[in-house]
Design a protein around this ligand. Structure first.
Ligand code: IMP
Ligand code: MG
Length: 199
């Protein structure tokens, strides 16, 4: 093999792996570079799980996972919380609203009664925060005992609304990211690390 030519380079050139050397990847027209390695993500997920375990001791929390983006985060989080708990999933269907906020997303697919339950919303990322505000309204209308927001990521510089985010693994700058459940045009959800767009 050539000098400075690693096994990773070799496997990449053979088409055996999709990860390029230098920890960058190509998804469609964009190049992404690793910004948060899996080990750092999992450390923060464990920290948040410990906090939930402490705060909900003696309760039976219901994790309400927002699909699709939060499925990887939720899988790690709920297994790290050593309490009796339940999990349910919702999707957000977008429709064009006539309000100034533009696209409004409505919750669909809920098949669990929230009445009197301590609900923990599990979301991948809070960007402008508009999705979460709308979701909180819809959940509050179902009379849960309590509602807390738990998100993997927040982009604080882009928040347009006031939100009480009780549990947040990491705050990130305003750049577009993929991996660990988050996608670019449907791709990238399976990446173990989080990548930021570079070009
Ligand atoms: P918000 O209503 O502006 O807070 O939008 C949040 C939603 O936008 C998330 O649930 C994601 O689906 C999507 N989103 C925001 N930022 C990113 C990103 O950097 N990568 C992938 N999806 C994102
Ligand atoms: Mg989402």
């Amino acid at each position: 093999m050539l000098p400075n030519f690693s096994l990773v380079d070799f496997l990449y050139l053979c088409g055996k792996i999709t990860k390029k050397p230098m920890d960058t990847i190509q998804i469609k027209d964009k190049t992404f570079a690793i910004s948060i390695p899996e080990s750092a993500i999992l450390k923060q997920v464990q920290r948040v799980a410990n906090a939930i375990e402490h705060d909900y001791a003696g309760q039976n929390p219901l994790f309400l996972v927002v699909l699709n983006g939060a499925f990887v985060f939720a899988a790690d989080l709920i297994r790290a919380v050593r309490l009796p708990s339940e999990v349910t999933f919702v999707k957000l269907s977008s429709y064009e609203g006539m309000s100034s906020t533009g696209v409004i997303k409505s919750m669909i697919g809920l098949n669990t009664d929230l009445t009197g339950r301590p609900v923990i919303i599990v979301e991948d990322i809070i960007d402008s925060g508009q999705t979460m505000v709308h979701l909180l309204d819809e959940i509050a209308a179902q009379n849960p005992a309590s509602v807390a927001v738990c998100t993997l990521l927040v982009k604080p510089d882009n928040l347009k609304v006031k939100l009480d985010v009780k549990y947040c693994c990491m705050e990130i700058p305003n750049d577009f990211i993929v991996g660990y459940g988050l996608d670019y045009d449907g791709y990238g959800r399976n990446l173990r690390d989080i990548y930021t767009v570079v070009e």
